[in-house]
Design a protein around this ligand. Sequence first.
Ligand SMILES: C[S@@+](CC[C@H](N)C(=O)[O-])C[C@H]1O[C@@H](n2cnc3c(N)ncnc32)[C@H](O)[C@@H]1O
Length: 280
Amino acid sequence: MSTNRELLFKYRKEGISDAVIYFALEECNGFDHLLLSQNLDKDIKDENRFVDAMNHYINGEMIEYVFNKAYFLSKHFYVDNNVLIPRQETEQLVLNSAKLIREMFGDKPIKIADVCTGSGAIGISIADVFKNNKVVLTDISNEALSVAKKNGEGLNNVSYLQGDMLEPLIKNDEKLDVILCNPPYIEDIKTIDEKTWKQEPHLALIAMPCTLFYEKVLKDFRRIMNEKYLLAFEIGEDMEEALTKLVKQYCEDAEFYFEKDMYDKTRFLYIKSANSYTNN
Ligand SMILES: C[S@@+](CC[C@H](N)C(=O)[O-])C[C@H]1O[C@@H](n2cnc3c(N)ncnc32)[C@H](O)[C@@H]1O
């Protein structure tokens, strides 16, 4: 039997990052981060599981898929190969959208959609904070939607619709105030790293052209949105020019801006109805 610290040192020497080792140690002890740091010199609770997980990781499996778990903001989400592992930069989309929602709508109960929800990370994080607001999660993949449902268990302000982009919302006659969307946007398959390509769903990655799914939203959103609205997108880093053209084509009267991530890459697009801070 080994202590947690002995295992940390052992796998560090094999070139595995502390973040991955800690993740696995926490899972194999049933500890959170604090408890693990307080128990580093105690024997690990399930060494066989830990060694098995490390072997899977060393053989190329993403650690989140090994444990069917990913951290996003302050929550953990169930993940499997039917959904993209939620990325750290997407947390910025959620935090900034939450701020904009508060500024634009205050305490008024509103309806929000997370289109292309995957694991549900975006919509469920928002639903968890804005308990008085209704949040609809949509995805074309039934399998992804099942994962989102698992993650949304216990939240009674969340509902689920399957279908192509805005179609299920249009069919359902929804009237929305906010759409949050992180759609597939990779056009050049060669830019996708091997681990991602082998393990994450291709349906979550590829768009031809890269603007395909943004245009689908921009073309149709007025059919399901109230006069005062917010659209918030995650985007690929080279898409600012192409998306500016689309926004000008479809949202003549709207205010819009792009935002950079912490690596100085333009990664987010926010579109707001004109006069979006008036009290109506
Ligand atoms: C980039 S992933 C985003 C997942 C999640 N929102 C996140 O940020 O981690 C894109 C998602 O879009 C879904 N998708 C792909 N094509 C779609 C379509 N035509 N209509 C709706 N969803 C689609 C995929 O199944 C996938 O779950």
